[in-house]
Design a protein around this ligand. Structure first.
Ligand code: C2E
Ligand code: CA
Ligand code: CA
Length: 716
């Protein structure tokens, strides 16, 4: 009888598909033992609830449900005991509402135990009526419990393997599995996507088919040593795709061992890091290289210099600091695109003069630097400098323009030094300024004297700042004599600085003030002093006198809204704009970001006059002369000084005078020191004379007596 039942259950199972095994066994068990319900339920971790996996009743499968185990017959089963109640189950478990709801009289439950002998699920039969054959039912249950458990475990394993496989298959990382002979046994989707190979194409092959020539041989040696020693390796490697494309990947290799601790498989995980590497290298490029010219930037240059300092114990290195002469002017005249192209071509010329291992950098707008890391003989430096000067003696061709642009080079060499990169670079820069000062298109080696000079200038700057604050500057006035009127009609206001008992020349401190943005304050002071003095002079009866006031190009406001400040100052002192003539040098006329042209027109239409100072020392002056409105041209003192002895200067002065007349400008000769000068200039038709011959610059209190005593005839 029992045998038949067992046989019918086994028959039904052999026809069932493996994934409805539990259903099938519940159905056939229910039929065999004539139970009203048979179910398999899984216990939760704490054994407080059970959830059915399959419930069979009267030949059909019901919906699964979850119930609490407390105070139910199943609670005992969950503890590992077989429980069987032929009748009165409800009375035995009065708190079990489910028994009431389902109208249960008989109960059989057996635990299903895993390999560790722990109960994790239960098999239960329920009867509406008291049941017979208790022994047969429980023994059938116990007989099949092992089979059910095995099947459940198998299914769990299959499910787990399935998810694992899915994880492997869907992983973003490429995965390659090899057997112990390093033959590929499986790959995932990501592998095919990244490498371009299908599984079929690589099956049984050695992963060396992905090798590229870009890796060092030592990389593979290290890799296998690490795998042999530790069972794993990871690192960056360049591999080859099916297409032949070489790409960087991050590769991790692990080994799997069998029960005898022998390697059975190798698993490799990798992902393509070309994007990451590209963005890393882009960031690196932006941080270390000049975007326009592609050479190193200041940051990288000082890093390289620091490295060279550290390794300069045995070798000598040198820094060349280069600055393009008149780059700013070229940029202003031809425009920024032109300037950019000039910088690009310049960097190419510099690179052509050095070895690949030397660092060329753009370290400022028009400043370049070169680090010669092997400058053991002065010949290396000399050759480089000669090459650079040669390269820059050739014309540049930019946008069909042929143009010459020279540069000034400052050089410093170092070995075994305690100085840092900044200090050494500063030395080369100081030497460069020295080269520029001593005539452009040349080079200078750094000397201690230059350092001293640089210190002196810095010192002077702080003294000047103090002097301005403490109002230690003063103004003197040099007469300007009209040849036609034979009298003094103007004075030029000139600033003076008595620096702690020592007169410092404006030739020295004005450029310094321009460089360190102190010039505006000086200019305002001089204009205000000149206006005050002139007002006083006028009130003493000298109503026709005009004062000339020097203004630096750096005083021209950048913003048009500030243009009226010069005129406001004149007005403030109760003077007319026509009482003041502004003296500007040629550099103030160059087209600039500043609004010079607008300003000059505004000043002139208000009534001021404008004099072009130091004429002949600047560059390309004629083109500006036409465009910018000026009233006077002042011939630079250097041409006057040698006029009587140097035939060339004589010709130049007479040409300037003739040209000025043709343009309708009045001419002033500066630095007239002798009677001979005066006579020559009078003959050439010069309009005004200024110089020691008539008078040195005078303090304010001497102006009235000078004017009263002046007699042109006594000089002639
Ligand atoms: P500058 O505007 O060309 O001024 C003329 C310079 O020549 C003055 O020198 C004057 O003293 C000097 N000088 C005049 N006649 C003779 C002469 O016969 N022989 C010689 N050897 N020198 C003569 P200073 O006062 O030393 O000024 C030098 C330069 O400093 C000025 O040249 C001007 O460029 C600048 N400067 C002076 N004062 C000011 C100022 O208030 N503002 C600005 N921006 N620059 C000023
Ligand atoms: Ca002047
Ligand atoms: Ca001058």
């Amino acid at each position: 009888m029992v045998e038949e039942k067992v046989k019918s259950i086994i028959d039904s199972l052999s026809n069932a598909a493996s994934d409805d095994f539990i259903e099938t066994i519940c159905l056939s068990l229910a039929q065999a033992i004539k139970a009203d319900f048979v179910f398999v339920a899984k216990l939760n971790q704490e054994h407080t609830t059970a959830t059915t996996l399959s419930v069979a009743s009267k030949g059909s499968v019901l919906d699964n449900f979850t119930y609490d185990l407390e105070s139910t017959p199943c609670e005992n089963v969950s503890d590992g005991a077989v429980c069987s109640l032929v009748e009165n189950t409800q009375q035995a478990y009065p708190e079990d509402q489910l028994l009431v709801d389902m109208n249960i009289a008989g109960y059989v439950g057996v635990p299903l135990k895993n390999a560790k002998d722990e109960t994790d699920s239960i098999l239960v039969a329920l009867y509406h009526q008291p049941f017979k054959n208790e022994k047969e039912v429980t023994s059938l249950f116990l007989l099949f419990s092992g089979m059910i458990k095995k099947e459940m475990e198998k299914q769990e394993l299959i499910a787990e393997l399935k998810t694992r496989n899915e994880i492997i298959e869907e992983s973003k990382e490429a995965i390659v599995v090899c057997d112990k002979d390093k033959k590929i046994t499986s790959v995932n989707k990501a592998f095919s996507r990244i490498s371009g190979y299908s599984f079929k194409e690589v099956q049984g092959k050695n992963p060396s088919i992905f090798k590229s020539e870009l890796n060092d041989r030592s990389l593979y040696v290290d890799m296998w040593r690490s795998i042999d020693d530790t069972g794993a390796w990871s690192g960056e490697i360049w591999n080859k795709k099916k297409s032949g494309e070489i790409f960087p990947e991050w590769l991790s290799i692990n080994t799997i061992c069998d029960e005898n601790n022998e390697i059975s498989h190798y698993i490799a995980f990798f992902f393509d890091i070309s994007k990451r590497k590209a963005s890393e290298s882009k960031i690196y490029k932006q941080a270390n290289y000049d975007l326009l010219t592609g050479v190193a930037n200041r940051f990288l240059f000082s890093k390289e210099t620091s490295l060279a300092i550290n390794s300069s114990k045995s070798t000598q290195s040198a820094i060349l600091h280069m600055d393009l002469d008149l780059f700013k002017e070229i940029n202003d005249v031809y425009g920024h695109d032109f300037g950019d192209e000039l910088l690009i071509q310049s960097s190419e010329r510099l690179q052509s003069c050095v070895a690949e291992s030397d660092c060329v950098a753009r370290i400022s707008g028009d400043g370049f630097a070169i680090l010669l890391s092997n400058a053991d003989s002065s010949e290396v430096i000399d050759n480089t400098v000669t090459c650079i000067l040669m390269e820059f003696s050739k014309p540049f061709i930019i946008k069909q323009n042929i143009l010459h642009c020279t540069l000034s080079i400052g050089i410093t060499s170092f070995s075994n030094t305690n100085e840092d990169a900044g200090e050494i670079m500063k030395k080369a820069e100081t030497a460069m300024y020295h080269a520029k000062d001593s005539g452009r298109n040349s080079y200078s080696y750094f000397t201690q004297e230059m350092q001293d000079k640089a210190h002196y200038r810095l010192n002077l700057k702080s003294q000047l700042t103090k002097a301005i604050k403490n109002k230690e500057l003063s103004v003197v006035y040099q007469p300007v004599v009209s040849i036609a009127h034979e009298k003094t009609t103007k004075f030029e206001a000139l600033v003076r600085w008595n620096n702690q008992g020592k007169w410092t020349s404006p030739v020295e401190f004005i450029p310094l003030a321009e460089e360190y943005s102190l010039i505006k304050e000086i200019g305002e002071f001089v204009l205000s002093e000149a206006c005050r003095t002139l007002k006083k002079l006028k009130s003493q009866g000298f109503s026709d006198i005009v004062f000339n006031v020097n203004r630096s190009v750096y005083e021209i406001p950048l913003n048009k809204n500030e243009n009226d400040q010069w005129l406001l100052m004149i007005e403030l002192h109760g003077l007319q704009p026509s009482d003041i003539c502004f003296e500007l040098t040629e550099s103030a006329l160059a087209p600039d970001k500043r609004n010079n042209e607008v300003l000059f027109n505004q000043l002139r239409s208000a009534g001021c006059t404008i004099a072009l100072d130091d004429f002949g020392t600047g560059y390309s002056s004629l083109s500006y002369l036409r465009r910018i409105p000026i009233d006077y041209i002042k011939i630079d003192r250097s041409f006057i000084t040698d006029m009587s002895t140097n035939q060339n200067d004589n010709i130049l002065v007479s040409t300037i005078i003739a040209m000025s007349k043709a343009l309708g400008k009045k001419v002033v000769a500066e630095g007239v020191e002798t009677k001979e000068h005066l006579q020559l200039l009078t003959e050439l038709g010069c309009d005004y004379i200024q110089g020691y011959y008539f008078s040195k610059p005078l303090p304010e209190e001497k102006l009235v007596s000078f004017l009263n005593d002046f007699s042109y005839g006594s000089f002639n």
